[in-house]
Write a protein that binds this ligand. Structure first.
Ligand SMILES: [Zn+2]
Length: 255
């Protein structure tokens, strides 16, 4: 009975929210049926990332160079994670979708983003029993934002991939500047160096584990690489990265 009443109240609450704030496609602004969806044009505008891409960092290639090929950045300075994969390109079409989720409380998008992450991460987790864990925020930023967007992505993605979810293997021990506020590649890498530590009580869960770090956006890979380095120093056998969106220099499939 209590469950039925609570269901009715939840339904009424949802209808009130829809009345006050009609659902709109976060990509095109068109009216849609539910707050969790996209319009047909919105779906069409999003660039989902499929092969061919760099075997290491997942940067999309314009031409298929064959299996196992690396991009120039990974050849020059290989990131500390083993492989990274991203669901979509971070561009004009996806920007408001991602930033609304990250900064403006549009957390209802976690479910659909989790499905996109699972699609992108399937090849990383096949034949393995990985642990998905989010890139942590510094506690002050977490307090300010009230949620860690990477943790919200992790749970639905882990459920779809049949992987274990650990919310707090890592801790951010140093507050860092916003990566997007730093113009040079070098400054971004220095900003996050030594920013992470394995939480003391979780050390045993990291040793010999296959860990998949989850984050919202990959720009240079510096943050994920610093986090991966920390996990590997603590004995992780393999550390991959799975992100919702990645910046592609020069646009979709630029290399
Ligand atoms: Zn690469």
């Amino acid at each position: 009975m209590a469950a039925a009443i609570s269901g009715v109240l939840r339904g009424a609450g949802r209808r009130m929210v829809d009345f006050l704030m009609p659902p709109a496609c976060p990509v095109t602004g068109e009216r849609i049926e539910a707050h969790t969806g996209l319009s047909a044009a919105g779906w069409g505008a999003i660039h989902f990332i499929d092969e061919p891409f760099c075997d290491h960092c997942g940067a999309p290639f314009a031409v298929d160079y064959g299996k196992g090929v690396l991009c120039p950045s990974c050849i020059a300075a290989p990131p500390a994670f083993d492989r990274a994969r991203a669901a979509i390109v971070y561009d004009d079409a996806s920007r408001s979708l991602v930033t609304g989720f990250k900064h403006n409380d549009r957390t209802e998008r976690a479910e659909i983003f989790g499905a996109w992450l699972a699609r992108a991460g399937r090849a990383l987790t096949q034949g393995s029993s990985p642990v998905l864990t989010p890139v942590p925020l510094h506690w002050r930023k977490r307090l300010d934002r009230r949620y860690n967007q990477a943790a919200l992505l992790c749970e639905p993605a882990a459920a779809r991939l049949g992987a274990r979810y650990e919310s707090d293997l890592l801790v951010r021990v140093r507050a860092t500047r916003q990566q997007h506020s730093l113009s040079s590649h070098q400054a971004r890498w220095e900003n996050v160096a030594g920013a992470f530590a394995v939480r003391g009580s979780r050390a045993q869960r990291v040793a010999d584990a296959h860990i998949v770090l989850v984050d919202d956006v990959l720009t240079t890979g510096a943050t994920l690489s610093a986090a991966a380095k920390t996990l590997k120093r603590a004995g992780a056998a393999r550390v991959d990265a799975l992100v919702l969106a990645r910046v592609v220099k020069g646009g979709v499939g630029a290399i």
